[in-house]
Design a protein around this ligand. Structure first.
Ligand code: KIV
Length: 277
């Protein structure tokens, strides 16, 4: 079996100049395929609120929702590192609650590490979670749980002040003990600067090619989620078209009696069935 991708593998990848591949996963069968394909890490993101549950944003996702999906993903994975995303309000109220919720994602869900959004405001929470021996990934830039503060899904860190704040927050998070940092939807040159300044690996989403790794929402990458496609998404397939075409064919074959055919049908001896008439 391939060697498991761990916190040390993240560190080693940065040292050796090897890129880290991360994708989101929310269910057993998809996680199994992505793991078999060789993704280094699977993020059970709170994006599941939009992609899997059909909410408008990620704010309604609960710790129990996360645990439900993390469990399914953990069962499908042999090699990849499973990252459990901490949902809105699960690490904002008090440090004790943050540690308890992070612990639940590990203990009940089976995640290997957790991820949370924010910079200077969450430093005490990060330190406490790390102190409880739970590895943490930070997340800066366009942090979707702050959607109502940002006023929409917009590129972050374009002005000097905003860019400086993200850089300072990145350094503070590293000092607080995060072992990696997701940078979402920020200018490429800012992501490059942060990546160079940090010892820990950065994982970019809409942050350009200089990050130490990349993450995308799998349903975006495969062309399955069609409600909204951000500029930074590259579609490696158009599964929505295949799914709709296959479903239409299935319906047509039911209507025309082509399906089910003999090969999909079970037999019984005529003598047995006759006795029931
Ligand atoms: O929830 C999520 O899927 C994420 C990624 C977009 C980084 O946080």
């Amino acid at each position: 079996m391939a060697k498991k991708f761990t916190v040390s593998s993240f560190q080693k990848a940065k040292k050796d100049g090897e890129k880290i591949s991360m994708l989101t996963a929310y269910d057993y069968s998809t996680a199994k395929l992505l793991d078999e394909a060789g993704a280094d890490s699977l993020l059970v993101g709170d994006s599941l609120g939009m992609v899997m549950l059909g909410y408008e944003n990620t704010l309604q996702v609960t710790v129990d929702d996360m645990i439900h999906h993390i469990k399914a993903v953990s069962r499908g994975v042999k090699r990849a590192m499973v990252v459990g995303d901490m949902p809105f309000l699960s690490y904002h109220i008090c440090v004790e609650e943050s540690v308890r919720n992070a612990g639940r994602l590990i203990q009940e869900g089976g995640a290997h590490v957790v991820k949370l959004e924010g910079g200077r405001d969450v430093i005490d929470h990060v330190k406490a979670i790390v102190k409880a021996q739970i590895p943490v990934i930070g997340h800066l830039g366009l942090t979707p749980q702050s959607i109502n503060m940002f006023g929409g899904f917009k590129v972050q860190g374009k002005s000097e002040e905003a860019a400086r704040k993200i850089l300072e927050d990145a350094l503070l998070l590293q000092e607080a003990g995060v072992f990696s940092l997701v940078l979402e939807c920020i200018p490429e040159k800012l992501a490059k600067l942060i990546t160079e300044k940090l010892d820990i690996p950065t994982i970019g989403i809409g942050a350009g090619k200089y990050c130490d790794g990349q993450v995308l929402v799998t349903q975006d990458m495969l062309g399955m989620y069609t409600d909204f496609t951000p500029k930074f998404v590259k579609k490696y397939d158009n599964l929505n078209e295949s799914i709709v075409a296959a479903t239409k064919k299935y319906i047509e074959e039911i209507n025309t009696g082509v399906f089910p055919s003999k090969e999909h049908t079970f037999k019984i001896d005529d003598e047995v069935i006759q006795k029931l008439y």
